[in-house]
Structure formats: structure tokens, C-alpha cells
Design a protein around this ligand. Structure first.
Ligand SMILES: Cc1cc2nc3c(=O)[nH]c(=O)nc-3n(C[C@H](O)[C@H](O)[C@H](O)COP(=O)(O)OP(=O)(O)OC[C@H]3O[C@@H](n4cnc5c(N)ncnc54)[C@H](O)[C@@H]3O)c2cc1C
Length: 496
């Protein structure tokens, strides 16, 4: 790559890797045979010799219960899954490590979870008794400035990607919380604050390197393995372990016009209704998110947020109607720094809290949905409630439904609702609260949902949500993963 540069974190991770390996005494890691869970939930035993063989084939580390770092490495973002205890965690540093881990899982018929940034809300990147293929050490972000392309490791977080690209005044459109993983977000589609201008993250994906269930490392792009390339753009982690993503970046930032307005509870319904109306005729440069939040004073408030991906003078004209609306308690739409904006929601979405959050698309906006949302909206002392709508359209809708596996090109809005808390004893009560909330909302939503907002949906809901693309996804699954080795995801069930 011309002018490519090694992310400093790569060098750091490799020295950390060496230290980690050195810190795991072989006698602890391989002291005994290990009970494990198979792909289909049965019991199996891995012998010391088999475990040692896998460990010897990895350049990074193999963790098992009792070894240092096992407990921190098995935890994912959503603390509700803290009870899951994999038999082994293969921490991978490169594609060869991934090939070893995939071959080991297939040979021993193990249950497998793939972990990138660990943000799967439904806890799919960890498993009980199986093998976690942990890609978190692979955090490189390599720029190629002449072509404005970026090669990203599957353990990279959005913050890694944004910081590196923004240093050159470039951006790859992705999500909005900086500690989210690039890998899972991309494979599910990738929605975010620049999507109406630049498309989903998958619309800017040029190629992937992927280890399929047979242990082969393949390159997939519009020129090679086109079928696989179609499937990884929205089909999630169903077809293999992606070891490298290549994206087209765009000129944007580091300063842009964005921010939001806050409205008190007595204006909440009007403000939210206005945000739907305002978003209908918005230009592609304007991305709009609205919803409810709880302020630092513990007060409930509605918000309408905007990101403008274009000329500053035009931004003022486009945003003026929003500034003229209602009587906001806070109006902060101004020149902003993109990297800072991207981490503005980080602490409100911190690791380890217990989350019940899910989403549905809305195609026909019925204002009554707001009544239901607001009736049940409540600030409980030990639960943080959260809700947001984002407008699709723009560049997202300019791609055909079957051009990639992502089937929702004509969806109008995405709604996400849920809550989080810290006390595990409250989980049963609050998960039920979340389910009841959603039972009340579902009459007003589409059946389709974004696979990266999967929480507790059934298999038939996943198939239905993929619509006409599901049949083609099943054909691909039959070809590349006929035994459903990669099943912990919004699963495409093979039929062979
Ligand atoms: C706080 C927060 C903010 C979010 N914001 C956004 C947002 O703005 N926009 C958006 O689109 N989504 C957003 N999401 C949803 C997010 O896209 C998904 O949670 C996504 O799965 C996160 O990717 P990850 O790598 O961190 O997840 P992980 O939990 O590591 O992985 C999730 C799944 O992706 C698959 N996977 C991961 N890596 C690979 C790989 N290398 N190869 C094959 N399969 C793989 C696996 O099936 C895995 O189970 C957010 C989630 C959270 C928790």
C-alpha cells in the first residue's frame, strides 16, 4: 500500500500479545482435559494434547477457565451475558490464527462464537462451553491515501477507524458510539449519522478477506467470490470469519455542522412528531435522529439531533426550520468536531451494564406510536430508559433491495427502544418491562428489523425480515457453511 501507515496500536498489541503468552503458564493452560459443548449443544471432551496443539498453532493466546485474563476476555458489552463461560477463547493476531481456530472448531464439532468489538446486544459473541474466536487483538487501521481506501482489522473499534481517517480529513460512514466494533457493525449493514449522504457502511465496503467454515481464506469483492461478497454485506457473521475489511473513504470533517435540541416533557410529543415531518423532505446531506433521553438532572426530555454532511452555508438554511420549532430548553447545533461527536454517547452506553434493547423499522408513521412510547416512558431510579428514531432514505434508498444482502432499502425510519441497569437482580423484572413495552409498540411498526438490533427474536422473524433475499442467503449458507458452524448470529439456516 502506498503511503500506508501502521497504526501504533498494532505494535502495542503485538508486544502485549507476547507478554500475554508469556504470562500464561503452560501447566495451567493445558493441565487437564476440558469438557466442552458441541455445535448442536451436545457434550464433548477436549484432551490436553488437542488443546496444546491449538495453543501451539496460535501466535497470540489461548485462554481457558483459570488462566489469567480469561474472565475479562469472556465478558462482552452487555453485562446480561456475564454468566456465559466458554471452554476456550482463541485470541487471534492474524488470518493464520483464525484458520487454526476455525479448523479446530470444525474438527471437534464445537459451538463457535465470533467476537469483534463484543457489542452484540444479544450476546452472540460469547458462548457457554464452546470456542470463542476473539479478534480483538487485530485492531489495525491502514490508510492508502492516493485511493482514499482503508484496510481495517476485525478487532478495530469505530473510534480507531474515525481517529485514523479523520486525521486525513476522511471518513468511512459507520455507527455512532466509538467503542462499538467495526466488524459486526459492518457485516450487519452499518447505520449511522452519515448514511443518507454516503450510504450504509456496507455500501462503502470494497472487499473482505474471510475464513470460511472449510478453513479456506478467501478474498471476496465485486471481482472475486462475488456471491460471498453479496452475502457479507448484510448477512452478518453467517459465512465465515472476516479477517480484513477494505473500505472506500470520503472527504469529510474534521469540522461539521451538527448537534441537537432538547425539549421538556410537555413538548415531547410535538417535537418528536415534528422530527418525523421535518425528516421527510430533508436533503441527503442531513441526517436526523430523535428520541427521548434522561438529562443529567434526571429529567425526561425529547431530543432532535442532526449531522450535516455538506456545505456550511447550506447547512444553516436547511437547519433553520428546526431552530424555529418549539421552545427548546437547549439548542446546540454548531460547528463540531466529528471524532468528539462520535464519542459523545460513549458513557451513556458503557460496558457491563445490563441491557434490553431492540429495534424495528417504521414505514408508515402513525402519531399514535408516540402516545404509546410516551405513556410507557418513565425514568425509574435504577433503570436508564432509552429510545431513538433515525431516518433512512438518501443514499441508503438509492441501492436496490437485492444489490446486497441488506434487504431494507426502502425502510423509512429505524426505532430502537429499551433500557439498562446495573443490578443483576433486577434483570428479570426489567427484561419483562422491555418485552411488555415492545408488545405495545409492535402494532405501529414494520415486522422487519435491523439484524444488528437482534435481541430475542425467533428464527422465523429473522427469515421474514430478510424478505426476498433470504432464499439467496440460504443458497450461500448451503455452499459456504452447510453444517451451520457459524450459527451464533441472526442465523441463516442451511437446508442441506
Ligand atoms: C453501544 C452500541 C452502539 C451501537 N451503535 C450502532 C450504530 O450506530 N450503528 C449500527 O449500525 N449499529 C450499532 N450498534 C449495533 C452493532 O452494529 C452490533 O452490536 C454489532 O454486532 C457490533 O459489532 P461488534 O463487532 O462490536 O460485535 P460482536 O459482538 O463482536 O459481534 C457481533 C456478531 O457479529 C459477527 N461478527 C463479528 N465480527 C466478525 C467477523 N470478523 N467475522 C464474521 N462475523 C463477525 C458475529 O456473528 C458476532 O456474533 C450498536 C451497538 C451498541 C451496543
Amino acid at each position: 500500500m502506498g503511503q500506508s501507515q501502521m497504526n501504533r496500536r498494532d505494535a502495542l498489541m503485538s508486544s502485549l500479545g507476547a507478554a500475554a503468552i508469556a504470562s500464561i503458564p503452560a501447566k495451567e493452560a493445558f493441565a487437564s482435559d476440558l469438557a466442552a459443548v458441541t455445535r448442536t449443544g451436545g457434550e464433548t471432551t477436549l484432551t490436553r494434547a488437542e488443546i496444546k496443539e491449538l495453543a501451539d498453532s496460535l501466535t497470540f493466546a489461548l485462554l481457558r477457565p483459570g488462566t489469567p485474563r480469561y474472565d475479562s476476555a469472556r465478558k462482552v458489552w452487555n453485562g446480561i451475558w456475564d454468566n456465559k463461560r466458554p471452554a476456550l477463547i482463541a485470541q487471534c493476531a492474524d488470518s493464520n490464527d483464525v484458520i487454526s481456530a476455525v479448523n479446530f472448531a470444525r474438527t471437534h464439532d464445537l459451538l463457535v462464537a465470533i467476537r469483534g468489538g463484543g457489542h452484540s446486544i444479544s450476546g452472540m459473541s460469547v458462548c457457554d462451553g464452546g470456542l470463542v474466536i476473539d479478534l480483538s487483538p487485530m485492531r489495525s487501521v491502514l490508510m492508502d491515501l492516493p485511493t482514499k481506501t482503508v484496510r481495517v482489522g476485525p478487532g478495530a473499534l469505530l473510534g480507531d477507524l474515525d481517529r485514523e481517517t479523520q486525521a486525513y480529513g476522511l471518513v468511512v460512514p459507520a455507527g455512532v458510539v466509538s467503542h462499538t466494533g467495526v466488524a459486526g457493525l459492518t457485516l450487519g449493514g452499518g447505520i449511522g449519522s452519515l448514511m443518507r449522504k454516503f450510504g450504509l457502511t456496507i455500501d462503502n465496503l470494497l472487499s473482505v478477506d474471510i475464513v470460511t467454515a472449510d478453513g479456506q481464506l478467501r478474498h471476496a469483492s465485486n471481482d472475486e467470490n462475488q456471491d460471498l461478497f453479496w452475502g457479507v454485506r448484510g448477512g452478518g457473521g453467517n459465512f465465515g470469519v472476516v479477517t480484513s475489511f477494505e473500505y472506500q473513504a470520503h472527504t469529510f470533517g474534521p469540522t461539521f455542522i451538527g448537534g441537537g435540541c432538547l425539549y421538556p416533557m410537555d413538548q415531547a410529543k410535538d417535537a418528536l412528531e415534528y422530527s418525523f415531518e421535518y425528516s421527510l423532505n430533508a436533503p441527503d446531506e442531513l441526517n436526523i435522529v430523535s428520541g427521548m433521553s434522561i438529562t443529567e438532572d434526571g429529567e425526561s426530555a425529547a431530543f432532535v439531533g442532526v449531522t450535516y454532511a455538506g456545505d456550511i452555508a447550506a447547512a444553516e438554511r436547511v437547519i433553520q426550520p428546526l431552530l424555529d420549532f418549539g421552545k427548546p430548553t437547549l439548542q446546540a447545533i454548531q460547528p463540531s468536531n466529528f471524532v468528539e461527536q462520535q464519542s459523545a454517547g460513549d458513557s451513556r452506553n458503557s460496558h457491563g451494564r445490563h441491557y434490553y434493547i431492540k429495534g424495528r423499522h417504521i414505514n408508515d408513521f402513525d402519531p399514535q406510536v408516540l402516545d404509546v412510547l410516551l405513556e410507557r416512558w418513565e425514568a425509574a431510579p435504577d433503570r436508564f430508559t432509552t429510545m431513538r428514531f433515525v431516518r433512512f432514505g438518501g443514499a441508503v434508498g438509492q441501492v436496490e433491495n437485492d444489490a446486497t444482502a441488506w434487504p431494507h432499502r426502502h425502510a423509512m425510519w429505524d426505532m430502537e427502544v429499551g433500557g439498562h441497569w446495573t443490578n443483576p437482580d433486577l434483570s428479570e423484572e426489567y427484561v419483562q418491562w422491555g418485552r411488555d413495552y415492545w408488545d405495545a409498540l409492535e402494532p405501529y411498526t414494520a415486522k422487519e428489523f435491523y439484524v444488528n438490533e437482534l435481541m430475542d427474536e425467533e428464527q422465523d422473524q429473522v427469515s421474514e425480515s430478510y424478505g426476498n433475499n433470504y432464499r439467496r442467503l440460504v443458497e450461500l449458507k448451503n455452499k459456504y457453511d452447510p453444517t451451520n458452524l457459524f450459527r451464533l448470529n441472526a442465523n441463516i439456516e442451511p437446508t442441506v
